[in-house]
Design a protein around this ligand. Structure first.
Ligand SMILES: [Zn+2]
Length: 384
């Protein structure tokens, strides 16, 4: 259901003048009442309008162009003014009717409302009857030219989109690969869909690569809900991508890898009080992040002294530059924190960053990040 000038007009009048008529017959009555009673041809024409057509006019599913072209030369504003006349003592109704029409008729008042509304109707009919240039409507893409367009979009943005999605169909519960392996030859296997047909399809942010089945299904069943959902999928893809870009800018010194390699070889520490509650950790991890708190607490209690020792020693041996590494961790943290992420997500992303830039083992990377939480480079003290 769409909105046309006429459907809005009929809507505004319906409450006051519908008088038990069906939507179709009410529409017929409106059209008849604006036409000269002497114009018999027009009268017959309106009488012959199909209920289906009238309903379409009433609810804005089609515009009134055709009938407007035929009746625009035979309008009778006086007749329509009588049609919308309300009893003088129905003061409340007259006022509320005026309010309804004030957007279109700013000067409307209880003294003038009949003519104002009649003139509004005249304008709607004349607008609809005016010859207009064909507006291109966004439609479901099935024509040959739109196929061509999609294939050129695919050429232009396809690889970018597939990369953004990590080569996996991002649609709910699909996860099919967007390429196929045919006897050792890799071939891409995807289609590109416009997410929201009302937005420009030249914007890669409005395009998504899907496996051919999901793409066909999406194009056929596109509605408000599925469009909103696909936008949500795209938004999270873009966000993940931004995170990756943000983190890949921060290359880590080679020496850090050597630190990470040492961690699993640390001798098992003796007499560690696992219940010890390190002040910085308590002050910095928010109470709602219980599992993160417990993890960091244990890692700090068990490993902090050994990690600290190793970092200092390697700094002295010029294997790493300790200060720049601290600064780098701090910068990475503040970049992520600016994104507004919660602590568990920041912790996970920082571990990802360290693991992917050193090829290090994740457990060891977590231990390093926990070390920096205790050392205050990561997470800010909770403000109370
Ligand atoms: Zn799929």
């Amino acid at each position: 259901m769409g909105d046309t000038e006429f459907s809005k007009f009929a809507d505004a009048l319906s409450m006051y003048f519908k008088d038990g008529l069906s939507p179709e017959e009410f529409t017929r009555a409106l059209l008849k009442s604006i036409c000269l009673s002497s114009a018999q041809g027009v009268d017959i024409l309106i009488n012959d309008l199909e209920p289906r057509t009238l309903k379409g006019y009433r609810y804005g599913d089609h515009d009134i162009t055709k009938i407007a072209e035929k009746i625009s030369g035979s309008l009778d504003l006086g007749r329509f003014s009588n049609f919308v006349h309300l009893d003088e003592d129905a003061e409340d109704s007259i006022n509320s009717l005026c309010n309804k029409f004030r957007t279109w008729c700013p000067d409307i008042s209880p003294d003038t409302y009949e003519t104002e509304i009649a003139e509004r109707f005249q304008k709607i009919i004349e607008n609809a009857a005016k010859p207009k240039r064909k507006k291109k409507l966004p439609v479901v893409d099935t024509t040959e030219s739109s196929e061509l367009k999609i294939s050129s979009l695919k050429n232009k943005y396809g690889v970018l989109l597939v990369a953004e999605e990590g080569s996996i169909c991002p649609n709910d519960e699909c996860s099919k690969l967007l390429f196929i392996n045919e006897n050792g030859h890799l071939g891409l296997n995807y289609d590109v869909a416009t997410i929201d047909p009302l937005l420009p399809d030249t914007d890669p942010n409005n395009l998504i690569a899907l496996c051919p089945e999901c793409c066909a299904r999406y194009k056929l069943s596109r509605n408000d809900a599925s469009i909103a959902h696909m936008k949500e999928i795209k938004r999270s893809l873009l966000e993940n991508n931004d995170d990756r870009e943000l983190l890949s800018e921060q290359k880590v010194q080679d020496g850090v890898r050597k630190v990470l390699e040492k961690i699993p070889k640390f001798p098992r520490p003796m007499n560690v009080d696992l219940n010890y509650d390190p002040v910085p950790v308590r002050e910095k991890i928010k109470p709602e992040n219980v599992s993160l708190y417990l993890k960091v607490q244990v890692q700090v209690n068990v490993y902090f002294p050994a990690v600290h020792e190793t970092l200092q020693e390697m700094g002295r041996e010029h294997i790493i530059r300790f200060k720049p590494f601290c600064d780098q961790v701090k910068l990475t943290y503040s970049n992520l924190s600016e994104q507004g992420y919660g602590q568990p997500k920041i912790y996970r992303l920082m571990t990802d960053w360290l693991a992917s830039s050193t090829n290090g083992d994740r457990d060891s990377c977590e231990i390093i990040i926990s070390y920096f939480i205790q050392k205050c480079e990561v997470f800010d003290v909770i403000t109370k």
